[in-house]
Design a protein around this ligand. Sequence first.
Ligand SMILES: Cc1ncc(COP(=O)(O)O)c(C=O)c1O
Length: 371
Amino acid sequence: MTEKRFIPVAAPVFAGNEKKYVMDCLETTWISSKGKYVTQFEESFAAFCGVKHAMLCSSGTTALHLGLLALGVGPGDEVILPTLTFVSTANAVMYCGATPVFVDSLPDTWNLDPAQLAAKITPRTKAIIVVHLYGLPCDMDAVQAIADAHHVPVLEDAAEAHGAVYQGQRAGALGKVGMFSFYGNKTITTGEGGMVTTGEDDLAEQVRLLRGQGQDPNRRYWFPVIGYNYRLTNIQAAIGLAQLEQADFHLGARRDVYRWYREELAGVDELVWQTVADGIEPTYWMVSVVLGDNVQMERDAVMAALRERGIETRPLFYPIHTLPPYHDPARHGSLPVAERLAARGINLPTWAGLTRDDVRYISQSLLACIR
Ligand SMILES: Cc1ncc(COP(=O)(O)O)c(C=O)c1O
């Protein structure tokens, strides 16, 4: 008997003041990109990450673009990044006119392989972008040691890692610049939105200048540089502030969901999980599994079978070096770990509204498919 239920892979949960704050924007007419919620959300988010500055912008992608521009990335530069990430990480490099250089993944954490990173640094390397994939912080100590040896700044793509902890520090405070996405499926959401974080005053100033059309803050309609309109509205910031006030709930609910999956699927040797090293507390943005060699069924067939049971999933990202705009085997070669993970990996439903019963149903359905 097929059950008539539908479990989305992600959904936002509004458990706090979202509606109240949005109504306040409407009632006070502060609906554009100035207003108290923009300021409060920025200040609260900076405190949440443990950084001096947080600058709201229109998306995670524009946050990446602003972060790279603030670091001075431009034509002729190379930027090293993992291939196993969402396409924006590389697109933002292209927006700057720079060249992305892709690095393979580690088989255990699925994050960037520091040894390959070291091998790919050249005199043209202007920045390194690390990604905390699916909310699991990467090996920052190893990356930072290489970056320091070559005097190259590290930009953290923490789009998926709100609140994740590495050696006592939160994502967004680990590199020279950090960025977050508040897209609707993220741990903290504003619908669409992003944030740049940094501890450095001059970088913060650059980001603020560039996101607001490049206008001199002390001289209206005077534009010393070509900037962008990458601002976020007070309405969206109002939602973000309300979400952030409930951060413990959102992070805790996702930790529960992860624990339930691990309990329901304990001892299942057909599934491989991201390895979490000591000193790391992931965010569990997307609980993900890779099908082992002992699973006969193709990944896409497993996803289709789950869909039949009303369970929405996602494939792991296609490695960016395999996507048409970036496909250049002579340049990138093969990055086999990422390619294999991507071909066999599935994101399972992960969001704060899932119940233990949902997770049991998903886990039992997955087992029924792969065994
Ligand atoms: C790793 C990573 N970087 C960047 C982004 C881009 O964020 P946005 O969709 O808000 O532009 C995403 C998100 O969706 C992401 O997962």
